[in-house]
Ligand binder design. Structure first.
Ligand code: ADP
Length: 721
């Protein structure tokens, strides 16, 4: 090769190398550019990452400081909490679900007086063990094992009841253990020693107050007893004196003594009862009694006052109420006496009707209503009259005296019996007081007689419409047809052979039942008459009783009425002549001479044999000797008291099988006496001062057909006259 070629080749080679170089350079540049780009990206990323790291570091920083602040707060709160728990004087501990102590305050631990065992981790059961073994707790009458068992049982209850434990030093701790979520338990031991001491002081104070109150009640009872005994003499003798020949002036004096004495006794009774009710000391004494008899006794007592004022005191007793009921007869009589007494007091003309009925829809709830035609009560005063010492104060009312306690006492007594007392009244027209109490029917010792089935038609003659209506309703309740006549002429007109009996008012001269009976007996269709008289104790005058079946006092008891109706067909059976009969024998045990005298005078009009015993021992001896038909027994007598004497008599009777009625004469007024007396075997209690009607009622009740009639012929003539 030539040089030129070589040069050309060289140039070519150089050129190719140069191109190659350029190419490589271009590649290098591109790679460089890429590298730069990448480096920039990387740098940007690093910057970004650095910023994130920065933020995180900041946040970390903040979290850390927040955490430390929170920790400080928790520590502070915990410190404060423990400080508080530590400063309270009551014990506080915390247990886990396994009953292991987590923590306890100083007061809790102090009870254990530094005992090593009692610290966090100890079990509740171990604590109970330590309490008994170290004698820290006073388990009283319970032995330590039983106490621990009791406390452990309590612990395992889901919701343990608070309990009180007593420590060796007398401190009283109330333990309150409360389970929380997860079975944890907070245990509180409250020192209630101060409260317990306070309660004990209160109990003591209360006992002292109760003793004082009992002393007051006893004092009141004693005082009333002491007042009653001489008042018995005063009232009784005044009653006897009033029956002797006196000038009008003397009679006025005697009546004043008697009325004042009786008024004083009523006031004493009211005050006594009221204070007893207030002190919660008045109890009801339930017994089986004859409700109708109780009502009649009250009426009998108040009848003289009604007669004196010219008022009719009437009774409508439902024919189907059971004769024996269960209740407190004494308190029922008291309520009725109050209400009927008020009715009498505030009525000057018209009548008072006592209605006894069962409450509609019930069997045992007895409704007693007392209806009067008196001055009435203004509507704005109706609510207040049951408050103690509240009396309607107006012109008409000021003339009436009273304590203002009667209605308050009655209301409380009715409430004690589970009832409520209500009043309806129209000012100037009259009032009705009504109450209903549950008196369950009891087994009657002596069921009511039943009238014969052929008793279809009766005539009632009563000039007083309300009174005739009552009798008519009673007869109609028995399914008997009734014709009401106003006077004897109408009876003669209406009487026919279908009439079984005539129930006629005997109030001569206008309504002379005896004369009417005679006329009818002599007429074409003789019908027997049962006479009803307002005068108690009226008996048939000898030789003038033709056609008269019986004379009953108004209001007649259902028993008497039914007995007479039942006896109608046999009215012709001959009666034992009076001469063949023996007198009724009465034994009265009474140590006080004045009382003996009062008693003798009270029954002097009766044809009876009366014997006195001066003490219980003598009563027992005389009982055996004279075999009395009735015994009146004073309760407080020397040597042997009335209750002992009665027990002795009852013991004697258990051999012979006869049982004489024994009536207690008592001056005690405290609740419970009656019950104790009846429990001793006496049949009935009469409270002194003795009242003639009460005595006569008892004598009449014990009188039987084999004894001479009670009224002497001379007395009967006087009455019938
Ligand atoms: P007292 O009759 O002793 O005043 P009560 O508590 O029995 O006391 O009666 C309170 C008052 O209620 C009587 O004073 C009287 O104003 C009035 N009151 C009670 N019953 C009747 C009645 N049947 N008619 C009119 N007012 C009566």
């Amino acid at each position: 090769m030539n040089r030129a070629d070589k040069l050309t080749e060289e140039r070519r080679g150089r050129l190719a190398a140069e191109r190659m170089l350029e190419l490589k350079q271009a590649e290098l540049r591109a790679a460089n550019r890429k590298l730069g780009l990448h480096a920039r990206e990387l740098t940007e990323k690093i910057v970004k990452t650095r910023a994130v790291v920065e933020t995180i570091r900041d946040e970390n920083q903040r979290f850390r400081s927040d955490l430390s602040a929170a920790n400080q707060k928790i520590a502070l709160t915990e410190r404060r909490l423990w400080h508080s728990i530590g400063t309270i004087k009551d014990g506080f501990a915390f247990f886990n679900a396994d009953n292991e102590m987590i923590m306890a305050n100083q007061a809790y631990l102090a009870v254990f007086d530094g005992l090593e065992e009692i610290r966090p981790g100890v079990n509740y059961v171990t604590i109970l063990q330590v309490l008994t073994e170290e004698g820290i707790v006073n388990t009283g009458d319970i032995c330590p094992e039983a106490w621990r068992q009791m406390m452990t049982d309590r612990l395992y209850q889901p919701d343990p009841e608070p309990t009180i434990i007593q420590l060796w030093n007398g401190t009283h701790i109330k333990l309150i253990d409360q389970r929380g979520p997860g079975g944890d338990m907070v245990s509180l031991g409250l020192d209630i020693s101060a409260t317990v001491t306070h309660q004990e002081n209160l109990k003591e104070a209360r006992a002292i107050a109760e003793t004082a109150n009992r002393a007051k009640s006893a004092f009141l009872a004693n005082i009333s007893h002491e007042i009653r005994t001489p008042m018995n003499g005063v009232v009784g003798m005044a009653e006897v004196l009033a029956e002797t020949d006196l000038t009008d002036e003397q009679k006025l004096y005697v009546d004043t003594i008697k009325n004042s004495g009786e008024a004083l006794l009523l006031i004493i009774n009211d005050v006594l009862d009221y204070s007893k009710i207030e002190a919660g000391k008045l109890d009801l004494h339930l017994s089986t009694f004859d409700l109708e008899q109780a009502v009649l006794e009250v009426l009998m007592l108040l009848q003289p006052a009604a007669r004196e004022k010219g008022l009719a005191l009437l009774l409508e007793f439902d024919m189907h109420i059971p004769s024996a009921v269960e209740g407190d007869p004494g308190r029922l009589r008291q309520i009725m006496t109050n209400l009927i007494g008020n009715a009498l007091k505030f009525t000057s003309t018209g009548h008072i009707i006592v209605r006894v009925d069962t409450l509609a829809g019930t069997k045992d709830t007895i409704k007693i209503a007392i209806e009067d035609t008196g001055i009435g009560i203004p509507p704005d005063k109706l609510q207040d009259i049951f408050d103690e010492f509240n009396q309607v104060e107006n012109e008409r009312n000021r003339q009436f005296d009273g304590t203002g306690l009667g209605l308050a006492i009655s209301q409380r007594l009715v409430r004690m019996m589970g009832g409520e007392i209500k009043v309806r009244s129209a000012d100037g027209v009259g009032s009705t007081f009504e109450f209903a109490v549950t008196l369950p029917a009891a087994q009657a010792a002596d069921p009511l007689p039943q009238p014969g089935k052929d008793l279809m038609h009766v005539i009632i003659m009563d000039p007083m419409e309300v009174s005739a209506d009552i009798l008519r309703r009673q007869m109609e309740r028995l399914g008997i047809k009734v014709t009401v006549c106003a006077d004897p002429d109408e009876v003669l007109l209406r009487c026919n052979s279908g009439v079984a009996v005539i129930l006629a008012e005997h109030a001569p001269p206008t309504h002379d039942g005896i004369a009417l009976a005679q006329t009818i007996a002599e007429g074409p269709c003789p019908v027997p008459l049962i006479l009803l008289s307002n005068t108690p104790g009226r008996t048939m005058p000898e030789g003038r009783g033709e056609g008269v079946q019986a004379i009953l006092t108004k209001p007649p008891s259902r028993r008497d009425l039914l007995a007479q109706l039942a006896a109608l067909p046999e009215r012709d059976t001959p009666q034992t002549p009076p001469d063949a009969l023996r007198p009724m024998r009465i034994l009265a045990a009474e140590d006080n001479r004045t009382n003996q005298l009062v008693f003798r005078k009270m029954i002097k009009s009766l044809d009876v044999d009366l014997t006195f015993a001066a003490n219980g021992e003598e009563a027992m001896e005389l009982y055996q000797k004279i075999k009395p038909d009735l015994v009146f027994m004073d309760i407080s007598m020397p040597r042997m008291d009335g209750k002992e004497a009665t027990q002795a008599i009852r013991a004697l009777e258990s051999e012979t099988g006869v049982k004489v009625p024994i009536i207690a004469l008592t001056a005690h007024a405290m609740a419970g006496d009656d019950a104790a007396i009846l429990a001793a075997g006496l049949d009935h209690c009469l409270t002194k001062p003795l009242r003639k009607p009460d005595i006569l009622t008892q004598i009449h009740a014990a009188h039987s057909a084999d004894m001479r009639p009670l009224e002497t012929a001379e007395k009967a003539d006087q009455l019938a006259g």
